[in-house]
Design a protein around this ligand. Structure first.
Ligand code: SAT
Ligand code: MN
Length: 603
């Protein structure tokens, strides 16, 4: 029983019996050299970042306070969807958009992978809370990991350490999240800057509310409070309890008349959620503030409206393309420091650089740690490189972002990246039609997941990789949520596409801050003030209804961006049919009815 003697194991700052026995069990299985209970203090951050610098994982930035550059192993750069599993007891509770394996089988495979996997390393125990610590029923978790990178990233992305543990008491429920990079160290073995394992599993056990991750140190594979807990496990919890966990940003929009509306928006990974969440409106008098850029938990409030809370504490934003023109508020956020940059380029004077940041300096070190000069073909930064930075540093974070009640949502936007077919903005006829829009959402794939980029795939509610149960049941849950409420109080649903192109491949709409014009139309629709054309696919702005004042665009391009092309839509129908057939019998009949009605309207 050597594991019983692991230093640190008995220095637990808690008496929570279930937590203590789980930590002991994991230590006995993974046999780390020591156990450290994370308190989330600044001293701990200091100690860990120094250790990461000594290990060659981190390079401290000279130009940004308390910030670090980091390059992952080139094989460990994004979520691995083909290695991500929903291990429900009954296969029918997983479904065709998930990989499934019986829980017992997955546990037996992974138990063998975990056996001795922390040899020579430290096992960290990270108590954390998703959402405000002041919540009546805080959503708690504990991540066990052997990665210091995960510990410091979790400090930015979640409320963790002593302040979270204080909410555990002796019997609070929590989601156990076990993570290992899967790279034990033999005595005397030299470590590498980014240890990981070629074998990877990201496994979810929805009935037990438990997560097991092995082999990857990156992003959503390793920071288990994020996609694994706050989307996959939380979506399954929300289905049982009558709420929703969604892949959505939350923003606050204030009109020139000082009217406030909160908007949630679901776009697939790397399609501009962070940019929209931090948008600087180009139209006078309108103001945007941020509450979150990736995940929203939505519950009914006492007044029957849907209220959203952001479970996260940081932004894990795509770096390339972010600059003072596209997202000045993100630049201001990271300029304050206390941030981590993974897989971007490093400048000689100790700053970061990435594609889209304007003129590059004369020399850079790429994310692959190679020398680079302007004109070299290779990308300096991986397309899925990320900045990780605290939300409260963002200059436009809304003060109510930590309100445990959340904020009432007026509109939900669905969006994807489509060169054709999908207009700039379409308003749904009603909630059910909005669910149809979300359920059939499509987008060209991005670098946020491993695999081919630029292929159109259905990404329902931008949740394809994140639905923790059967997609058909998930659609039904969306429909049911609409039935629980007074229809007039449900958010209005819109479908946006900033990425439509003309025949030459140029974007038809300038995007970024100009998207405030679309937000304005959305709000005016909600307030019954803006005109729209009723089309086969929903309500689309008339050319005059969109505020284009001061915008330097060809009106013909705007017309093309707004066009509903019946031929393009007729070509879309078989793709939607194929998608519904893939989901199978569990597609709610109401969505089949929506499809039939759309077909009929298209003629
Ligand atoms: O790697 S993450 O899952 O955290 C980022 C994303 O894909 O949205
Ligand atoms: Mn995301």
């Amino acid at each position: 029983m050597t594991a019983l003697a692991v230093p640190g194991l008995d220095q637990a700052p808690t008496n929570h019996p279930r937590l203590l026995s789980w930590v002991r069990e994991v230590a006995e299985l993974t046999t780390p050299e020591r156990v450290v209970w994370c308190d989330g203090s600044d001293e701990e951050w200091q100690r860990m970042t120094e250790q990461l610098v000594r290990a060659g994982t981190f390079v401290p930035l000279k130009q940004k306070p308390n910030s670090f550059w980091c390059a992952s192993d080139p094989s460990d750069v994004a979520r691995v969807e083909e290695r991500t599993f929903i291990c429900s007891v009954d296969e029918a509770d997983s479904g065709p958009t998930n990989n499934w394996m019986p829980p017992a089988e997955m546990k037996s495979i992974m138990t063998e992978l975990y056996r001795g996997c922390m040899r020579g390393r430290t096992m960290y125990v990270i108590p954390f809370c998703m959402g405000p610590l002041t919540a009546e029923k805080p959503m708690l978790g504990v991540e066990i990991t052997d990665s210091e990178y995960v510990v410091v990233s979790m400090k930015i992305m979640t409320r963790m350490g002593s302040k979270a543990l204080a909410r555990f008491g002796e019997d609070a429920d929590f989601v156990p999240c076990l993570h290992s990079i899967g790279a034990p160290l033999e005595p005397g073995q030299q470590d590498v800057p980014w240890p990981c394992n070629d074998t990877k599993y990201i496994s979810h056990f929805p009935e037990e509310r438990m997560i097991w991750s092995f082999g990857s140190g990156y992003g959503g594979n390793a920071l288990l409070g994020k996609k694994c807990y706050s989307l996959r496990i939380a979506s399954a919890i929300g289905r049982n309890e009558g709420w929703m966990a969604e892949h959505m940003l939350v923003l606050k929009l204030t009109s020139p008349e000082n009217k406030v509306h909160y908007v949630a928006a679901a776009f697939p990974s790397a399609c501009g959620k962070t940019n929209l969440a931090m948008l600087e409106p180009t139209i006078p008098g309108w103001k945007v503030e941020t509450l979150g850029d990736d995940i929203a938990w939505m519950r009914f409030g006492e007044d029957g409206r849907l209220y959203a809370v952001n479970p996260e504490n940081g932004f894990f934003g795509v770096a390339p393309g972010t600059d003072w023109k596209t997202n000045p508020n993100a630049m201001r956020t990271i300029a304050k420091g206390n941030s981590l940059f993974t897989n971007v380029a490093l400048t000689d004077d100790g700053d970061i650089w990435w594609e889209g940041m304007g003129e590059p300096p004369a020399h850079l070190t790429t994310w692959k740690k190679k020398d680079w000069k302007p004109g070299d073909e290779e990308l300096t930064s991986h397309p899925n490189s990320r900045y990780c930075t605290p939300i409260d540093q963002c200059p436009i974070t809304a003060p109510e972002w930590e309100d445990p009640k959340g904020v009432p949502i007026s509109a939900i936007l669905f969006g994807g990246r489509r060169k054709t077919t999908i207009p700039l903005v379409t308003e749904s006829r009603d909630w059910q039609h909005g669910v149809f829009m979300g359920a059939t959402l499509s987008s060209e794939t991005t670098a946020a997941a491993t695999g081919q980029v630029g292929v159109v795939r259905r990404d329902p509610m931008a949740m394809l990789p994140f639905i923790g149960y059967h997609a058909g049941d998930y659609f039904q849950h969306w429909i049911d949520m609409g039935k629980r409420a007074d229809a007039a109080k449900m958010p209005k649903v819109f479908y946006v596409n900033w990425f439509r192109r003309d025949a030459d491949g140029g974007f038809l709409w300038p995007g970024f801050g100009e998207n405030s014009r679309v937000l304005k139309w959305v709000i005016e629709r909600i307030e019954g003030k803006a005109a729209a054309n009723e089309t086969a696919i929903g309500h689309v702005p008339t050319a005059e209804a969109l505020d284009l004042s001061g915008l330097d665009v060809d009106p013909a391009d705007v017309d093309k961006a707004l066009a509903v092309d019946a031929d393009e839509w007729r070509a879309e129908i078989p793709l939607i049919e194929e998608w519904f057939d893939k989901i199978g019998d569990k597609v709610p009949s109401l969505l089949r009815d929506e499809l039939a009605a759309l077909k009929q309207r298209l003629g």
